[in-house]
Design a protein around this ligand. Structure first.
Ligand SMILES: C[S@@+](CC[C@H](N)C(=O)[O-])C[C@H]1O[C@@H](n2cnc3c(N)ncnc32)[C@H](O)[C@@H]1O
Length: 252
């Protein structure tokens, strides 16, 4: 994918990202391009230039607002991973995307290992993490709690090293979205155009259940079937989504 670097001094950094994620080999130049400017790395859809570029921002905007005012451990996602039981689990987010859910969990104290297979998404995420690591307010704990590995979870889950046991595996595979209106949904559609539907998502449940010492949490839209058709131990519902929780052992 083409990357336009608007800050000459940052060319070395941009080249490093391009090499690390093999961005030149990802060929979707007719639909998208990447740009690097004073706001970081962002993705632009060529035929929707009015749409805000997609980038990962953990420091300000929506992520920061949710960190400060989002409801803390009372949030559905926090309950789903067991934070309300007093535990602070190590979570492996095997479908990291733009890292929003992972950031919510990390800001509540969890250590989160992120796996993302799409090279462009992984590059956006890596850049967002870099900026967060350098931030004076959140940088110190971000560096300790969130780290990214680029690769497919089908391959990575079975070979996760046991240096820090994985308490919870979190899965949020892409599922066809129905809504077509608001701007935030537009961003979701652009993201979906890039990534496509994760048709192979069912194959993640078994390796996730083998790895997680405590539980596997699957985020689904309310109209989606269970992953692999498997009924969860319990469910936590929100307005449009639900978290299907598969319990292996009690949280402590
Ligand atoms: C719906 S998005 C996740 C959004 C994320 N929860 C967030 O809060 O930003 C799904 C992401 O999972 C990634 N993904 C799907 N299957 C994967 C797999 N087997 N291994 C690694 N990444 C995967 C996709 O590339 C996509 O970026």
């Amino acid at each position: 994918m083409q990357i336009y670097c608007r800050i000459p001094q940052a060319q070395g950094y941009v080249d490093t990202l391009a090499t690390r994620f093999q961005l030149a080999e990802y060929n979707d130049n007719d639909t998208f391009y990447l740009q690097y400017d004073e706001h970081g790395l962002s993705l632009v859809k060529r035929d929707e230039p009015k749409l805000a570029p997609i980038r990962v921002d953990f420091v300000s905007g929506g992520a920061a607002h949710r960190r400060k005012f989002g409801g803390g451990k009372g949030q559905a996602i926090a309950k789903a991973v067991g934070l309300n039981k007093g535990a602070i689990p190590h979570v492996l987010d095997a479908t990291a995307g733009l890292g929003r859910d992972a950031f919510v969990l990390a800001s509540l104290g969890c250590t989160v290992t992120l796996f993302e297979r799409h090279p462009v998404v992984a590059a956006l995420l890596a850049d967002g993490l870099e900026r967060a690591y350098m931030d004076s307010e959140i940088g110190p704990w971000m560096r300790e709690r969130m780290r990214l590995k680029h690769g497919a979870s089908q391959q990575l889950l079975p070979i996760v090293s046991s240096e820090q046991p994985v308490d919870v595996v979190y899965l949020d595979p892409m599922f066809p979205h129905r809504e077509k209106s608001a701007l935030v949904k537009k961003e979701m559609r652009v993201f979906q155009t890039l990534v496509g539907d994760d048709q192979d998502a069912d194959a993640l449940l078994a390796p996730a259940l083998s790895l997680a010492t405590k539980r596997v949490v699957v985020k689904r839209p309310d109209y989606a079937p269970f992953l692999e058709g498997k009924t969860p131990s319990t469910q936590i519902k929100t307005k449009k989504n639900r978290f299907d929780v598969y319990v292996n052992a009690a949280m402590k």
